[in-house]
Design a protein around this ligand. Structure first.
Ligand SMILES: [Zn+2]
Length: 242
């Protein structure tokens, strides 16, 4: 194989890897954000349940206050019983006390219902707190893993960049310019493989004579349509890729 062509193929491979890593690094903040989503959801659920519990507690305190007032009123009514003169007045008074006690009973029932509900909500709060803790731990582990991955990528970028630089230095200036121009104008792909007589850069079929020449891998030849540098992968490599 043409030595310059071999360098170009290798260079494209390395630069393609650098592009892929750069893309992954761009996605990194999104990956961290996505990993944090379950924590945010658990926090929101807990806050909502906590809010419900606060409302219940306020309601319960109001009912307790109401109950105390009703008890005080009943006590007052009872104390007044001695002041009453007629039997009729006395009967009416008893009826008033009875009514007040019935109303108090209703408030007591509501209060009991509230306490049951409060207990259930308190249980839900505890469960959601546990779930939040579990999700926080998972997120922390994931963040550590992502950071390690990030560091590994940085090390790989350094290594591959050095290899790419060394190869670039071995290119003839003309080939280097062509390569760099194609890299910037062809979405990063300057060197494409030939497969079944088709350029893998633009997917168009080439003239049989050009195909035959490219198969030899002896010269730097370019695609008629997209002008990418073309090469014919060795049979083993093609089988590997397919
Ligand atoms: Zn092409």
């Amino acid at each position: 194989m043409n030595e310059q062509l071999a360098i170009l193929i290798q260079l494209q491979d390395l630069d393609g890897r650098l592009d892929a890593i750069a893309e992954k690094r761009r996605q990194f903040p999104h990956a961290v954000e996505a990993a944090g989503k379950p924590v945010e959801e658990a926090q929101a659920a807990l806050a909502a349940t906590q809010g419900e519990l606060d409302a219940l507690n306020r309601d319960r305190r109001a009912k307790e206050q109401d109950l105390q007032e009703r008890e005080a009123r009943i006590d007052k009514l009872r104390a007044r019983a001695g002041d009453l003169k007629s039997n009729k007045e006395y009967q009416a008074h008893l009826f008033e006390i009875e009514l007040a006690q019935q109303e108090k009973g209703t408030v007591e029932e509501r209060l009991l219902e509230l306490m049951d509900r409060t207990e259930a909500i308190q249980k839900a709060v505890r469960e959601q707190e546990e779930q939040l803790a579990v999700r926080r731990r998972t997120f922390d582990a994931e963040r550590v893993r992502l950071q390690a991955e990030q560091q590994a990528m940085e090390a790989e970028v350094e290594r591959v960049s050095a290899e790419s630089k060394a190869l670039t230095d071995r290119l003839a200036p003309g080939h280097r310019q062509t390569y760099e121009y194609l890299r910037t104008t062809r979405k990063g792909l300057a060197v494409a493989a030939l497969k079944n007589g088709t350029c893998q850069g633009c997917r168009l079929s080439l003239q049989p004579q050009l195909v035959a020449d490219i198969r030899k891998n002896e010269k730097i030849l370019t695609c008629t349509y997209c002008h990418r540098i073309l090469f014919s992968p060795p049979p083993g490599l093609e089988a590997q890729k397919a």
